[in-house]
Design a protein around this ligand. Structure first.
Ligand SMILES: NC(=O)c1ccc[n+]([C@@H]2O[C@H](COP(=O)([O-])OP(=O)(O)OC[C@H]3O[C@@H](n4cnc5c(N)ncnc54)[C@H](OP(=O)(O)O)[C@@H]3O)[C@@H](O)[C@H]2O)c1
Length: 292
C-alpha cells in the first residue's frame, strides 16, 4: 500500500491501452510500476512518476495487483509464464482481448499455480480510460474482484462483474465486437458503393447516421424475440430482407465492387428461407446460426 493507503499497481504492456491504464492508476494516486517489451514506451509515464521495471520479475514483485494489457493471449503467456513463481499469491487482471476459451485456459493455468486471476474486457477506446465514458467488464472470482474493485475504479467510467466463469467477459467482448466489425464492414462497403455511384461520402453521412440510428430499437426487439424464441414477423420478413440484399449485390456487381460480406449475409437468409422461415423476423437468423 502507498502512503494514502492506495494499493500499488503494476502494468505490463504499454501499447495505447496499457499506457492509458497506467496513466489512470497514476492519476488515481497509486504507486505504479510499468514494464513493456519496448521500454521507451514507458518514458512519458516515468516522467509522470511511474517506476520503470527493468525485468518482468521486478515488475510483478513490485505490486500485489498486476494488470496486463497486450496484443493477445500469446503475448500474455510469453510475458507471465516465465514469472509464475513470482506471481504466486498475487492477482493478475488480464485486460487483453482474446477468446472466451483462452480466458478459461489462462484462468486454469493461474489457479494451478496459486495465482489469483480476473479476466477483463475493455469496451471503450484508450482515450476514454480514466474518464466517465470508460466501460470495463470483468469475470472471475467475485471476492478477488471485490478486493481490487476500489483500485480498478481508477480506470474510470462503468465497471461490471459479470460472473465467476472466467470466459464471460471475453464472451461479451467477442459478441459485441462481432456486431461492431460486421457493422464496420457494412459502413465501408456502403461508402464504396456510394462513391462508385458518384456520391461523395460526406453527402451520405447524415443519411448513414440515420439508418444506423435505427439499430438500438431493433437490437432491443431482436433480443426479446431471440430469448423467447418467438419470430413472428410483424414489420418485415426474411424473404423481403433477402430481396433487398439481392438489389444491393446486383448494384455492387454492376460497379465491380466485391460483395463477399453481403453474399455471406444473403446466404444465411437463404438458409433460413430454405428451412421454412421466410415469413419470419430477421431475428430468426440468430437461432439459425447457433442452431438451438
Ligand atoms: N487501443 C484501444 O483503444 C483499445 C480498446 C479496447 C480494447 N483494447 C485492447 O487492449 C489490448 C492492448 O491494445 P493496445 O491498443 O494497447 O495495443 P496492441 O497493439 O493491441 O498491443 C500492443 C502491446 O502488446 C505488446 N506486445 C505485442 N506482442 C508482444 C509479445 N510477443 N511479447 C510482449 N509484448 C507484446 C506490445 O509491446 P511492444 O510495445 O514492445 O510492441 C505493446 O505493449 C488489446 O487486446 C486490445 O484489443 C484496446
Amino acid at each position: 500500500m502507498t502512503a494514502g493507503n492506495r494499493q500499488t499497481v503494476t502494468v505490463l504492456g504499454l501499447g495505447p491501452m496499457g499506457q492509458a491504464l497506467a496513466g489512470a492508476f497514476l492519476s488515481g494516486g497509486h504507486d505504479t510500476t510499468v514494464w513493456n517489451r519496448t521500454a521507451s514506451k514507458g518514458d512519458a509515464l516515468v516522467a509522470r512518476g511511474a517506476t520503470r521495471a527493468g525485468t518482468v520479475t521486478d515488475a510483478v514483485t513490485a505490486s500485489d495487483l498486476v494488470v496486463v494489457c497486450v496484443i493477445d493471449y500469446d503475448a500474455v503467456q510469453a510475458i507471465i509464464e516465465p514469472v509464475a513463481e513470482a506471481l504466486r499469491g498475487k492477482t493478475v487482471v488480464n485486460l487483453t482481448a482474446d477468446s472466451p476459451a483462452r480466458a478459461r485456459q489462462l484462468a486454469d493455468w493461474a489457479a494451478q499455480r496459486g495465482i489469483g486471476y480476473l479476466d477483463g474486457a475493455i469496451m471503450t477506446p484508450a482515450p476514454t480510460i480514466g474518464g466517465p465514458v470508460a466501460r470495463v467488464l470483468y469475470a472471475g472470482p467475485r471476492d478477488l474482484y471485490e478486493e481490487h474493485r476500489e483500485t480498478l475504479a481508477s480506470v474510470g467510467g462503468t465497471a461490471a462483474h459479470l460472473g465467476t466463469d472466467p470466459g464471460r467477459a471475453a464472451a461479451h467482448d467477442v459478441s459485441l465486437l462481432d456486431m461492431f466489425w460486421t457493422g464496420m464492414a457494412g459502413v465501408v462497403h456502403g461508402f464504396a458503393l456510394a462513391k462508385a455511384e458518384g456520391i461523395d461520402a460526406v453527402d451520405l453521412t447524415g443519411y448513414a447516421q440515420g439508418i444506423v440510428g435505427l439499430l438500438p430499437n431493433i437490437i432491443a426487439d431482436f433480443a426479446k424475440r431471440i430469448d423467447e424464441g418467438k419470430f413472428t414477423a410483424d414489420i418485415s420478413s426474411i424473404q423481403s430482407a433477402a430481396a433487398g440484399m439481392d438489389h444491393i449485390i446486383h448494384a455492387a456487381h454492376n460497379r465491380g465492387i466485391d460483395t463477399g460480406v453481403l453474399d455471406a449475409a444473403a446466404a444465411l437468409a437463404g438458409k433460413a428461407i430454405s428451412a421454412g422461415h421466410g415469413n419470419e423476423s430477421f431475428a430468426r437468423l440468430a437461432q439459425v446460426l447457433y442452431g438451438k
